[in-house]
Design a protein around this ligand. Structure first.
Ligand code: SAM
Length: 194
């Protein structure tokens, strides 16, 4: 509870839309996943805390996707859509074309299924969501590109990493300090697409 209050207050004070911003700041400072001219595609963006952080590191427009509406942010193309909807990829490609973007440099997903309290079910649904993000993104991602995905950790997390790791030169599963201690969430980092 103490930690929640600390990051919540810090977010209010520093004008971030959510406490989640501090998780991405930690990941960025440790793994350098976003560079100045990167084209970032973000899933699970609402209310926009990560988007604000992304804009601190790249000057390029951001494409942000969420099933929940997001208040506008300058230079952000927001797509209201469901990661599980087969039509979403086409909408992302239309947005990329409208911005003159040929390839995505960095894919971020802080998307999380509504948890039910059933550990196995929540883990499995989160696994499926991450898998959908990867299937949408892998061929939009440039060579050398990076991916960060939130996953509710469980038995299949290793299987997930094994499934996708050969597409990248580096991978790591990490848990930022800003994640609530009792939470099962982890972040999977894939860097430097082959
Ligand atoms: C933890 S919040 C993201 C917080 C955000 N990164 C920030 O910093 O403000 C998780 C988000 O995932 C979104 N989400 C969950 N399932 C989704 C799906 N199937 N498709 C798109 N977005 C989804 C939710 O609507 C929610 O806004």
């Amino acid at each position: 509870m103490e930690r929640k209050d600390t990051y919540y207050k810090k977010a209010r004070k520093e004008n971030y839309r959510s406490r989640a911003s501090f998780k991405l700041l930690e990941i960025q400072s440790k793994f350098n996943i976003i560079y100045q001219n990167d084209h970032v595609l973000e899933f699970g963006s609402s209310p926009g805390g990560w988007t604000q952080v992304v804009q601190q590191f790249t000057e390029e427009p951001v494409i942000a996707v969420d099933i929940t509406p997001m208040d506008p942010i300058k230079d952000v193309v927001f797509i209201k859509g469901d990661i599980n909807n087969p039509g979403l990829k086409e909408k992302i490609i239309v947005a990329m074309n409208s911005l003159g973007i040929n390839a995505i440099s960095t894919v971020l997903s802080d998307a999380m299924v509504k948890t039910s309290g059933n550990y196995d079910r929540d883990h499995y649904n989160s696994y499926l969501l991450c898998d959908s993000v990867m299937r949408i993104s892998i061929d939009l991602l440039s060579s050398g590109g990076n991916v960060v995905l939130k996953q509710f950790q469980g038995d299949s997390t290793i299987e997930f990493v094994d499934k996708w790791k050969n597409n990248f030169h580096f991978y790591k599963v990490t848990k930022p300090k800003a994640s609530r201690q009792h939470s099962r969430e982890v972040y999977i980092i894939f860097k430097d697409k082959v």
